[in-house]
Design a protein around this ligand. Sequence first.
Ligand code: HEC
Ligand code: HEC
Length: 164
Amino acid sequence: MKRSLITIGVIAVVSSACAVMAKGGIDENSLGLDKGSVFDTNERPAFEVKAAPPGGGNQLTTRSYQDAPPLIPHSVDGFIPVTLANNMCMSCHNTPDKIGKPRAEGQPVPIPMSHYMTGAYGKPDAGLKAKMDMKKVSGSRYVCTQCHRPQTNAQPLVESTFGK
Ligand code: HEC
Ligand code: HEC
């Protein structure tokens, strides 16, 4: 008896909440990041990657915040998509013997140590050394473009007040 009363009460609360939402509704113009209705096909503002090929005089970018994945400062023409059979990024950046050594301008930045560790997001854990397999990045780091993006001149879709 008590249980069925509770159930009826819960159903009543949920359905009245739904009724309020349906009545007030959310305006179709404020549902998406694009200005305008979600039922329209909005034109994306054009943007381009303004960078030379690797080693073509690109400057490394400043990180957005500590531990942020750095932006790719060079063009990625011909390097993407990253597939199981073809990872061009690895062909230049997989140089663990150069980690921590001075880098001449125009040389690839070595993939950092964190990317060779297995385990949850490269977190150091017990038996770390044994788990590290240099020359073979962790599976969670294989698709570089999941985290590293080329820099473009795209304008933000919405204003951001994010600070460091
Ligand atoms: C032909 C060699 C080459 C290939 C292929 C390549 N890179 Fe690079 N990468 C470089 C060089 C060289 C630099 C240093 C900047 C420059 O000179 O352009 C660099 C810099 C970077 C940086 C900046 C690191 C920092 O500390 O700021 C990132 C990130 C990066 N590359 C990611 C990638 C990804 C992801 C791919 C694959 C989509 C890729 N690179 C493919 C050579 C390469
Ligand atoms: C899961 C996200 C993720 C993936 C996937 C990933 N990275 Fe990174 N990368 C990061 C983060 C976060 C940093 C900065 C912190 C650090 O050094 O670990 C970074 C740093 C770097 C740096 C700068 C190293 C330095 O010394 O300044 C290079 C170069 C780089 N990654 C290359 C690559 C390449 C090449 C791949 C693909 C094989 C790749 N990353 C895949 C997240 C990622």
